[in-house]
Design a binder for this molecule. Sequence first.
Ligand code: UDX
Length: 440
Amino acid sequence: MSAPKITVIGTGYLGATHAICMAVLGFDVLGVDVAQDKVDRLNAGQVPFFEPGLPELLVKALESGKLRFTTDYAEAGAFGDVHFVCVGTPQLAGSNAADLRYVESAVTALAPHLDRRVLVVGKSTVPVGTAARLTGLLRALAPAGEQVELAWNPEFLREGFAVEDTLRPDRLVFGVESQWAQDQLHTVFAPIIEQGSPVVITDLSTAELVKVAANSFLATKISYINAMAEVCEATGADVHQLAEALSYDSRIGGRFLRPGLGFGGGCLPKDIRAFAHRAEELGIGQAVAFLHEVDAINRRRRSRTVDLVRELAGGSLRGARIAALGAAFKPNSDDIRDAPALDVARMLQESGAKVRVYDPEALENARRAYPNLEYAHSTLDAARDADVVVLLTEWTEFREIDPAALGDVVAQRKVVDGRHALDPVAYRAAGWEYRALGRP
Ligand code: UDX
């Protein structure tokens, strides 16, 4: 059997990375997107977002002749043997549910061009039950009818580590309805499976659930340690030491146990909400009702961080000059979707503070989304004459600042470490008042 040709529909973080990596692995790949500007940029060798390592791989894949991008679904239908659906499923406006319009329109646009036996593979994060519904839609619209199969292959990549997570994933999950579909996926992922990534074969519903279950677990772990931080705040205990002590228990483990400002981004917040919403639709809301609490704890981190800045500013934020270090939802990303950092900056400003934001990569996105905030072009520029410095995203650049040099430009040496990323001993030695939630 010759190697299957692959299309990847949707060229955001997930799709662009998947398309590029599949081409680097040696497959012929066609990326599809409705946005002409994205397609043009990708064809010209430009990744439209910040992702370490990906621009080099895009150039390599384009040069090999194995990868190109189009807006034409007819071309995609003629080209592909395996079609990956990688479009976004954001939170629906005014609801906790996932907005499935992009998934539905991708399937609706592709199906009329499927006139032979092909496999369509969903990678997008969707509410359980979506794949079963899409199978009906696909077969009703495709000229090849029942010959078209749908599989689900959830994606677990982290922004900032997208290439690594795609080429060397912790596991692959194949939600399939036939041996043929399973064999197709095995062929497509053969280079990755050979390197040792385990494969779990499931039905469609289980595959859909694995993704939201994983993200719910991770979100719960972060909110758990942040809940412990609240207890520490009330008792004078130190959540940093508490987390370290917990982390040595191999049953608990130290990853995703970093306390601070909590989780944001394009996945964790909307995934736990969509999961809770779907469970309510299914009449089993109680089973995951704790996710509402996980969300509430997480949101509280943002307002508690604002409270701590207010305290350091002397009880009122009115007129206080605040240097906000960080805008991205996490370091090594320019993504500001549901970014805790910008939420805090916004709340500080709404309380009357003069906020200056600096981020190494996310300034452009931040400026577009929050045009009313003030932006600086460097850490020291943001910190100049500040009454309080607040660290909101733990970029290495911020961790490595010399507290004495930073102290030279501020009005007052007062710092709130929203991410538990700075060294309190070094800051205190340089004359700073250092505060972090959950640390005495
Ligand atoms: C997440 C999942 O990790 C990934 O598997 C899934 O495919 C998509 O969602 P991502 O959104 O890229 O990936 O970011 P991640 O590294 O998981 O961090 C999420 C948020 O949690 C960030 O805002 C981060 O700052 C925060 N976080 C993470 C903590 O507050 N504490 C931690 O210990 C870990």
